[in-house]
Ligand binder design. Structure first.
Ligand SMILES: Cc1cc2nc3c(=O)[nH]c(=O)nc-3n(C[C@H](O)[C@H](O)[C@H](O)COP(=O)(O)OP(=O)(O)OC[C@H]3O[C@@H](n4cnc5c(N)ncnc54)[C@H](O)[C@@H]3O)c2cc1C
Length: 529
């Protein structure tokens, strides 16, 4: 089947690699890799519309995609990704000043080992007797500046995500895709030709005067939404529920001997928040703000004042949070920014693209259009991916419901911002007990208890007394504190085996982290999950 991707940003080239990974077969005896071309893949993009180039933090799903989903492609290992994209490791997010200036909490990417229990015991013990992020090893490693790599410079625990240079990721994925025969056309899509009988997209008109036909299409054209909009994907805005509207990206140089930590900083500001993401060479930063409470010039001024440094903005980017109503219409699927956009507070965008690719490429894609474009497939895909986006909207909203009321913006968040149904439910639950995974929808990749828990505790949406009371109903009231202390002692036994993150970045840059051998990258015969 012929599949065409419109858009050559991270979403476009990642989609190409996913498709390619199902085309590739490795000869067990010779180890040679062959492209069987079951799917004939083309990427169309145009120099006239630059890529967004702003997203530089991921969730653990990108590390999973690199290590597992794309492992049939020999050039894609974690080592290749790290060295080609100026990446560093990410263990979680440090939220600063969200519950008032001077407050702080950590949000590790790793859920607790008991996150799927009726009461998340590890979390509850930590919330009741210590710091909630110390319920997981990742949280302890964040607090103590570790990386996930062992001192043998080879193996890691793999519970990490990445920080990267956004331009380099697309470029790296593109080089690998082209090497294995993915075709590339540099032209602008200027018109669509739909089938008069069934409404499918048959071909597109390009600005070089040609027409290009295909059986399936993936729209990765970013905010242009070049295919999905005219195909009738519709739009569902989240602007009522999320208060920010604009972002000012900028770069910050490292100080001499900067202690590079494996964490994103999300720092609340007078009218929004600032991200700070460490790559190998510098911080990628940005101020996400609400233009209803400030404007571009004031936003730059207040940020500079707050962080005590001058910034050089790259641009001022306005956005509307939301998603398409239908992600898959006829034979067209929207991925990446063309599917929707939420502010990058929880790095959900590339994550959502991967969840969509998992669902489409690994679960629904068959060799022909007739077998793939089933109404049943479209219905399930649209329903599940809508939930994915809506639940991320709720996760981001909960962050804005906090104790700050020092500016008009924060007062509005506290008293004026309409709550989503999920947020109302969870806040009600928190008055009486610690929520559990059972309070959330359980599809692959959807934000659940494992990520909500850190923010709910960090913003004090339930009290220490509630945690203790809940533990008591499970008879954990007598030895809870000693159980917590025992786990903390256990973490320390890891420390001597792990590299500090600063050390890890220095070794990586010096070429002293070892690339895995092909043996470690053997391809299983069973389909990936
Ligand atoms: C301020 C900001 C911060 C972000 N931070 C994060 C983050 O921390 N983590 C995260 O996961 N995500 C983040 N994102 C989102 C992230 O940037 C995107 O998910 C990612 O870059 C993928 O973008 P894309 O490929 O969908 O679109 P783009 O990068 O915009 O690429 C669009 C492509 O479509 C092509 N195109 C457009 N129109 C046409 C046409 N008519 N014909 C042919 N080609 C066309 C363009 O040439 C381009 O190649 C952030 C986004 C913003 C705006």
């Amino acid at each position: 089947m012929k599949i065409t991707i419109v858009g050559g940003g991270t979403a476009g080239w990642l989609s190409a690699l996913y498709l390619l990974s199902r085309n590739i077969v490795t000869d067990e005896k010779t180890g040679k890799v062959k492209n069987e071309n079951i799917w004939d893949i083309t990427v169309i993009d145009t120099d006239k519309v630059p890529i967004i180039g702003a997203g530089e933090g991921s969730t653990g799903l990108l590390a999973d995609a690199v290590a597992l989903r794309l492992k049939r492609i020999p050039e894609i290992t974690e080592w290749d990704f790290l060295t080609n994209t100026e990446s560093t490791l990410k263990l979680g997010i440090r939220f600063k000043d969200w519950n008032g200036v001077g407050t702080e909490f950590l949000s590790p990417i790793q859920p607790t080992e008991t996150a799927n229990y009726s009461l998340d015991v590890h979390f509850a013990l930590s919330a009741a007797y210590g710091k909630s992020h110390l319920a997981v090893l990742n949280g302890w490693m964040m607090e103590n500046g570790y990386s996930t790599y062992y001192t043998d410079k080879k193996h890691s625990t793999l519970s990490h995500a990445y920080h990267f240079d956004a331009h380099k990721v697309g470029q790296f994925f593109k080089e690998v895709a082209l090497k294995y025969g993915v075709k590339h056309i540099n032209a602008e899509v200027i018109g669509l030709n739909r089938n008069g009988l069934n409404g499918d997209l048959d071909s597109v008109n390009l600005d070089n005067g040609t027409t290009f036909d295909s059986e399936m299409w993936i729209d990765c054209s970013g905010f242009s939404r070049v295919l999905i909009k005219p195909m009738g994907g519709g739009w569902k805005t989240y602007s009522e529920y999320l208060p920010t509207t604009s972002a000012i990206p900028f770069i910050q140089k490292y100080e001499k001997d900067e202690n590079i930590l494996a964490e994103t900083l999300a720092w609340a500001q007078p009218n929004g928040w600032m991200w700070q993401i460490p790559t190998q060479e510098r911080y990628g930063c940005g101020y996400v703000y609400s233009n209803q409470f400030t404007n571009y010039e004031n936003a730059v001024d207040e940020l500079q004042k707050n962080i005590g440094k001058k910034i050089e903005p790259i641009r001022n980017l306005n956005f509307e949070a939301g998603r398409v109503e239908k992600f898959w219409v006829n034979n067209v699927i929207a991925m990446g920014l063309s599917a929707g956009f939420l502010e990058p507070l929880q790095a959900t965008s590339i994550h959502s693209t991967i969840v969509q690719l998992d669902s489409f490429v690994l679960h629904k894609l068959m060799a022909t259009k007739e077998e793939t474009c089933l109404e049943a497939n479209r219905e399930v895909f649209n329903r599940v991916i809508s939930t994915l986006f809506d639940e991320f909207r709720d996760l981001i909203q909960i962050q804005y419901i906090n104790d700050r009321e020092d500016t008009e913006f924060w007062k509005y968040c506290k008293y004026g911002l309409p709550r989503t149904d999920r947020v109302k439910q969870i806040l009600e639950t928190c008055k009486y007990r610690i929520p559990s995974h059972n309070d959330f929808d359980g599809h692959h990749g959807v934000a659940g208890w494992g990520v909500w828990c850190w923010t709910l505790d960090g913003l004090r949406h339930f009290s220490i007394e509630t945690a203790k009371k809940h533990l008591k109903t499970y008879r954990f009231d007598t030895d809870g504190e000693s159980a917590y202390n025992q786990v903390q002692r256990h973490y320390k036994t890891y420390a001597y085996r792990l590299l500090k993150n600063k050390q890890f970045v220095e070794l990586l840059k010096a070429g002293k982290i070892t690339r895995p051998t092909m043996d470690q990258k053997r391809v299983p015969l069973a389909p990936p999950q």
